[in-house]
Design a protein around this ligand. Structure first.
Ligand SMILES: Cc1cc2nc3c(=O)[nH]c(=O)nc-3n(C[C@H](O)[C@H](O)[C@H](O)COP(=O)(O)OP(=O)(O)OC[C@H]3O[C@@H](n4cnc5c(N)ncnc54)[C@H](O)[C@@H]3O)c2cc1C
Ligand code: FES
Ligand code: FES
Length: 426
């Protein structure tokens, strides 16, 4: 490859290959105008370094439009009036061809009603294509971009003096460094083949650091044993972000608004770390030291996360959040909840709050209160009030502290009031 492997795939397609059907909209993974299919999955070309695409099957609108399915999709969009300026259309065509989930595609001029009508028309006519398994990826070991094939090779590189930045899905890192990629040395870990697989033992569920949100929300194991995590994964971003973003990246990015973190916290997850010298585990409740700060040491990798299995009998749990809109919105406040139900109330209550403190917070006072008495509407309203007071939110550009306190209280009520025989409040 002669192209600098750090160059974004979007620029390679448009500037080097002249494939200008793939559009540059936001450059930050939000609009979907740059959607291409990589091994059949919709992904944002603005968040993929070219090196990542080496060995993958990349389909752009130019290729998709030449297929029967692509033609059916384009025809339906035209017939239903789902195209005005057309800037967003190549991205929509790619997403519809891959199954019709449009959560990661924005359109500024056509009504979504018409675009959705086109999707309905098309899905009656075509079989959505399942993604193909990614083929083996060859290792790339350049000075500014490396894509090692094993954990040992990655750790060897991390042990050198080079200022490597670990790159997983890139949905945080590449957005944060959008215009300065040429200054980064990227250690792309997505071709590492010997991370543990997503699996379960008799005691626990093992989740590889590279598990994407799509992996998590569709895994029967995660759905059965780690419900709050599956729900959180289904609420993250849009489909393109869910196909790229990883649980390891969410943890190490350490945003108080990271949606996987509160879910993992109520599940009692432990983070497994590897350096060239040792393997160690840290409970997730002790991993964060501040916003964007963790106990990950220089040269260490998160390899996997372990969640102890709790028998699902009598277990109640939820993960819920509020944002400006349902998809593609950073969380303003979130609540993860897990408890065991018994005759007169709740036991083993665990609550974690997102985006209302410098790190994800636990809410021990509310949990203890809920364990002390029956599940009446009056007591639940008191618990919600207490939860709002346990939050430590600040005013920022996304929301006010007052709103966030009320939001966590509302999320608790919305999900627990039905247990007291009351309809949920909206
Ligand atoms: C449009 C958009 C919408 C989004 N919506 C949401 C949302 O709803 N909820 C949410 O929580 N997040 C959201 N995000 C943020 C992001 O998608 C997640 O935080 C994601 O999980 C990050 O994972 P990644 O694999 O992309 O991480 P990367 O960007 O690759 O890496 C993030 C950080 O983690 C480090 N890192 C990654 N993997 C490892 C590892 N195994 N070991 C050590 N260090 C590692 C990197 O060096 C970097 O510092 C959104 C992002 C975008 C662009
Ligand atoms: S250009 Fe907007 S998501 Fe890529
Ligand atoms: S048709 Fe103009 S942005 Fe969608």
């Amino acid at each position: 490859m002669t192209t600098d492997p750090r160059t974004l795939l979007l620029h390679v397609l448009r500037e080097e290959l002249g494939l200008r059907g793939t559009k540059y909209g936001c450059g930050e993974g939000e609009c979907g105008a740059c959607t291409v299919l990589i091994d059949g999955r919709p992904l944002n070309a603005c968040l993929i370094p070219a090196g990542r695409a080496d060995g993958a099957r990349v389909e752009t609108i130019e290729g998709i439009a030449g297929t029967e399915t692509g033609q059916t999709v384009i025809k339906a969009l035209c017939e239903q009036g789902g195209v005005q300026c057309g800037f967003c259309t190549p991205g929509f065509v790619a997403s519809i061809t891959a199954g019709g989930d449009l959560s990661g595609n924005l359109c500024r001029c056509t009504g979504y009603i018409k675009i959705r009508a086109a999707v309905r028309q098309v899905l009656d006519q075509i079989e959505p294509r399942p993604p193909s398994p990614p083929g083996p990826r060859r290792a790339i070991l350049g000075p500014a971009y490396a894509r090692p094939a094993t954990v040992a090779d990655a750790l060897r590189l991390l042990a050198t003096d080079a200022p490597w930045r670990i790159l997983a899905g890139g949905t945080d890192l590449l957005v944060q460094h959008e215009h300065r990629l040429e200054r980064l040395s990227l250690l792309d870990i997505t071709a590492i083949a010997d991370f543990p697989a997503l699996t379960e033992t008799s005691q626990s569920v093992v989740i590889p650091a590279l598990a994407t949100y799509t992996d998590l929300r569709t895994s029967p194991t995660v759905l059965r044993w780690a419900g709050p995590l599956a729900t959180a994964a289904a609420l993250v971003g849009g489909r393109q972000i869910q196909n790229a973003g990883t649980v390891g990246g969410n943890i190490v990015n350490a945003s108080p608004a990271g949606d996987a973190i509160p879910a993992l916290q109520v599940l009692g997850a432990r983070i497994h770390l590897r350096s060239p010298h040792e393997a160690r585990t840290v409970p997730i409740s002790r991993f964060f030291t501040g916003p964007g700060r963790t106990r990950l040491a220089k040269g260490e990798l998160v390899t996997h996360i372990e969640i102890p299995k709790t028998p699902p009998t009598d277990l109640i749990w939820f993960f819920d959040r509020v944002g400006t809109r349902r998809a593609q919105a950073i969380t303003k406040a979130s609540v993860a909840f897990r408890a065991r139900r018994h005759e007169s109330g709740l036991a083993d209550v665990s609550i974690a709050l997102g985006a209302v403190g410098p790190t994800v917070l636990e809410a021990p006072k509310t949990a203890a209160f809920l364990e002390r008495g029956p599940l009446t509407e009056e007591r639940l309203r008191h618990a919600a009030d207490l939860l709002g007071r346990e939050a430590q939110p600040i005013d920022d550009i996304r929301s006010t502290a007052r709103y966030r306190r009320r939001a966590v209280a509302g999320l608790l009520l919305r999900n627990l009031l039905p247990l007291a025989g009351r309809p949920p409040c909206s």
